[in-house]
Design a binder for this molecule. Structure first.
Ligand code: 9WN
Length: 441
């Protein structure tokens, strides 16, 4: 297989996936804090598994897809891990939704669409190291459900064809308490039905996690979504949190390339293949239109108040993740990534981009998505820059991420200026992205 058996970092990363594996079917993002199966975590851990166990990698995506709804959405959580996480399955009540799978309780929202990227990686590694025909067989197996997933996003999350995907909850972005969402969340108030957080039982320092006010709003939105039966048409009309998500859109565009490649391997018809490319191109054009010419950053938009969301975060560089952005726009974004807003900011523990720029007033170096450095977001940029042959920055991001994990282990995130591990220790996707980086260079 592709990962280096002798490298102690690779062995340690593999051990994290093995320790978080449950019955060979799904991988907990982190035992204790995140005991169930999360959507975009599963895509990343499948990539990690594919460096040393192709069959296990395939099973990760298969078990996630068993939770796919009939409308095509892949829910952000498939509840498989027993008690101990809030919100629990009952809060979402997916059992009352006809489109939801009858045999596995799920949440009703989505996360970024990394899955086709994961499937393509598995196909490529099966071509290189698997049995003859294994890659093609897997492409055939996964193409139809992944096509339904992309169709759901293109049609139900971008019904006007703007190119930008709408999210209805900060959890859908995967970057939950990012300052990107502060102005939109500030509109959410009113009473919230009683609940008890479980996260602070695992990460006991509240300064590393979202605030109580944030959580109240997260729960209030969840309850609204459940009351609306997760019906997209209704949510687009009346839900109180409706924002376009540039990073989620960029991931969808990048995954569009992967889905196209899977479709070719699965002998999809030309109309279907052109539709996939049209969705991808529409997303790229949407990102281009969302650029702020003043700063060179790509901005989310609050559809409720019709205002751009102006926080200076890594999501502002979403076009780099999408690919297919060229010329002056691309050069400017690359300069921003390496410059004083991100990698070149003063005082960072590593030469890596923090989740929120230290130049932003809300920068908080140890708090979750408000400042820390996350191996997983660095991986998004590394992957995209490698694919586009920007070898130099990609190599630097890789080296710095390997240095970070040698120091801090496979923490969920690290304090941006001290480099101390924060959040969960032994987070599966941190191990997975290191395995992918080790395997690919
Ligand atoms: C809510 C599992 C997930 C990640 C998200 C990350 C965090 C959950 C939480 O953990 O979110 O979905 O309880 O905080 O923000 O990106 O998928 O690792």
């Amino acid at each position: 297989m592709t990962s280096d058996r002798a490298d102690p970092l690779a062995s340690a990363a593999r051990a994290v996936l093995v320790a978080n594996d449950v019955d060979g079917s799904y991988t907990q993002p982190a035992s204790g804090l995140y005991p169930h199966q999360w959507s975009w975590d599963s895509a990343l851990v499948a990539i990690g598994w594919s460096t040393f166990d192709l069959e296990r990698a395939k099973d990760e995506l298969r078990s996630l897809l068993a939770a796919q709804w009939r409308d095509g959405r892949i829910p952000h959580i498939a509840y498989r891990g027993g008690d101990g996480y809030f919100p629990d399955a009952a809060r979402w009540d997916s059992g009352s939704i006809r489109s939801a799978p009858p045999d596995v309780p799920t949440s009703g929202i989505v996360q970024p669409a990394l899955h086709a990227l994961a499937a393509r990686t598995i196909v490529e590694r099966a071509d290189a190291h698997g049995e003859p025909g294994e890659g093609t067989a897997f492409a055939h197996e996964l193409f139809a459900p992944l096509l339904r997933w992309h169709r759901y996003l293109a049609e139900c999350r971008d019904p006007t064809g703007s190119g930008l995907l709408t999210i209805f909850h900060p959890w859908e972005s995967g970057l939950d308490n990012s300052p990107r969402w502060d102005p939109a969340l500030a509109q959410i108030d009113g009473p919230v039905q009683p609940y008890a957080r479980a996260d602070l039982g695992h990460v006991t320092d509240p300064a590393q996690r979202p605030t109580t006010i944030d959580y109240d709003r997260f729960v209030r939105l969840l309850d609204d979504l459940r009351s609306a039966g997760y019906e997209d048409a209704r949510l687009h009309a009346e839900h109180p949190f409706r924002v376009t998500d540039v990073l989620g859109t960029a991931i969808f565009a990048a995954a569009g390339d992967a889905l196209f490649a899977l479709g070719q391997r699965a002998a999809a018809d030309t109309t279907t293949l052109s539709t996939i490319l049209a969705w991808r191109d529409r997303a790229v054009r949407g990102l281009e239109r969302a650029m702020d010419p003043r700063t060179g950053l790509c901005l989310d938009h609050d559809l409720v108040t019709d205002r751009a969301l102006e926080a200076t975060t890594l999501a502002g560089l979403a076009p780099l993740v999408a690919g297919h952005v060229h010329g002056a726009l691309r050069s400017r974004q690359l300069a921003l990534l390496g410059g004083r807003l991100f990698v070149g900011a003063e005082g960072l523990a590593f030469d890596l981009p923090p989740s929120t720029s230290p130049s932003d007033a809300s920068f908080d170096p140890g708090n979750y998505w408000r400042g820390p450095i996350w191996p997983v977001t660095t991986w998004l940029f590394w992957r995209a820059l490698r694919r586009c042959h920007d070898r130099l920055p990609a190599t630097q991001l890789r080296q710095a991420t390997l240095a970070l994990t040698r120091d801090a282990g496979f923490a969920e995130y690290v304090h941006a200026t001290t480099g101390a591990p924060r959040g969960a220790r032994d987070q599966s996707w941190s191990a997975a992205v290191v395995l992918d980086m080790l395997a690919e260079e």
